[in-house]
Design a protein around this ligand. Structure first.
Ligand code: ZN
Ligand code: ZN
Length: 158
């Protein structure tokens, strides 16, 4: 199931990459403020503040990454015919150390969001299907980066 606000356009991907590049560049170019003997800790805090203020969308995307969900081996229903193929498809461990069946892909859930009421997808009721609401919100506002870029251009010209 795909709705228009869940998939990024090429332009959105491009802007997202440029913003990530901007964040990395800031990290690489940053140096301690010598006039007040900035410590490593203060510099780290200053860096975090800058990133949080300038790239909140990137932080949200990082925290809300998708996890692919498959059926567990004890529930997939495949016949263990002893073949290499069966072995290959059933030797992937999940995060709770139960092997999963890569033939039975169920969908993607958010790494961060939880559904306390168990109203999530039937195959993982206490999780939230990805893209989750925060990611949908970011995807639905493609103008964010453009607004920032415009502000930067004006500042440079003025
Ligand atoms: Zn299976
Ligand atoms: Zn989420």
């Amino acid at each position: 199931m795909t709705t228009p606000d869940t998939e990024l356009t090429v332009e959105q991907w491009k802007r997202r990459a440029l913003r990530a590049e901007g964040a990395v560049r800031h990290a690489l170019w940053m140096s301690p403020l010598t006039y007040n003997n900035e410590t490593a800790e203060q510099m780290r805090d200053r860096f975090h503040q800058h990133i949080e203020a300038t790239y909140p969308d990137l932080i949200t995307r990082y925290a809300h990454q998708p996890i692919e969900v498959y059926k567990r081996v004890d529930a997939c229903g495949c016949e263990d015919d002893g073949s290499d193929e069966y072995e290959n498809d059933h030797s992937e461990p999940s995060d709770d150390d139960e092997n999963v069946c890569i033939r039975s892909y169920l969908g993607q859930v958010c790494e961060h969001c939880e559904d306390e009421d168990g109203d999530g997808p039937e195959w993982k009721p206490y999780a939230v299907e990805w893209p989750c609401p925060p990611i949908r919100a970011i995807n639905a506002t493609p103008g964010n980066a453009e607004v920032l870029a415009a502000g930067l251009t004006i500042a440079l010209e003025g």
